[in-house]
Ligand binder design. Structure first.
Ligand code: SF4
Ligand code: SF4
Length: 231
């Protein structure tokens, strides 16, 4: 073995170091974000209380303005993007599902079901057998074509069949109208599939800005204190 080659132990140690670094980074970012969020909360509440106390606005006006912003964000699909999702299975999820002859249908469906999106459960995450999308925790990971990364393209089979997620275990396309317009007559729902399963979900990124409160405080200290509202 060359002096430069890495043993399996070295590789494992490297991975653990990377994991540790990743956790430290995540925790420090989360901690910092929480601090900033608390500060923003304090600032915002103080601001609103001041505006209300001075009669500059009313609660009704504030609620209306909030609803307008909320509706606008919802329209742009930006309300929930940053939330990590974990699947909570209902108890009846283990009921038997209708068997489907996949081999006889693959030439039509092209494994469309393995493009569907779902979050993993806590048990699946802890088992660490199934890959999740690092850009959208904890959804199943898709490749650039929109397929689950555990799909074997050559055979259309599942490479983690024995350990596949509960969602896959309990799924049957026989009653799924997103996939089949007419299951018995093998009529695929091309329209829905093309519109919804044609690629990997885009990452939603956003610009973040933050006021420097020390500057605000310095400016406030220079201003003469007054309770009068300018006309
Ligand atoms: S869409 Fe239905 S037939 Fe096609 S692979 Fe999935 S379960 Fe099998
Ligand atoms: S885990 Fe297997 S069955 Fe489930 S979506 Fe991925 S490839 Fe399909």
């Amino acid at each position: 073995m060359s002096a430069l080659s890495k043993t399996a132990t070295d590789q494992t140690a490297l991975k653990l170091t990377q994991l540790e670094r990743g956790y430290k980074f995540s925790h420090s970012v989360i901690g910092e974000s929480m601090l900033r969020t608390s500060e923003l909360q304090v600032l915002l509440h103080g601001l609103i209380d001041t505006l209300l106390a001075k009669g500059i606005t009313t609660e009704a006006e504030l609620f209306t303005a909030m609803q307008i912003v909320r509706d606008e964000l919802a329209k742009r699909d930006e309300l929930d993007w940053q939330r990590a999702m974990i699947r909570k299975d209902a108890t009846e999820d283990n009921k038997p599902v209708a068997e489907v002859d996949c081999k006889g249908r693959l030439h039509l469906c092209k494994s469309a079901c393995c493009k569907l999106d779902f979050a993993l459960s806590v048990l699946e995450l802890e088992a660490a057998e199934i890959k999740w999308d690092l850009g959208r925790p904890y959804f199943i990971r898709h490749d650039s074509g929109g397929y689950c990364t555990h799909l074997d393209w050559a055979t259309g089979g599942c490479t983690v069949y024995e350990k596949r997620p509960g969602v896959c275990r309990n799924y049957s396309c026989s009653k799924d109208e997103r996939i089949w317009l007419d299951f018995d007559n093998m009529k695929l729902n091309h329209e829905w599939i093309d519109a919804n399963l044609s690629g990997i979900s885009e990452l939603v990124l956003t610009d973040v800005f933050m006021h420097d409160r020390t500057q605000l405080q310095a400016a406030a200290e220079q201003e003469p204190s007054t309770n009068e509202v300018s006309p």
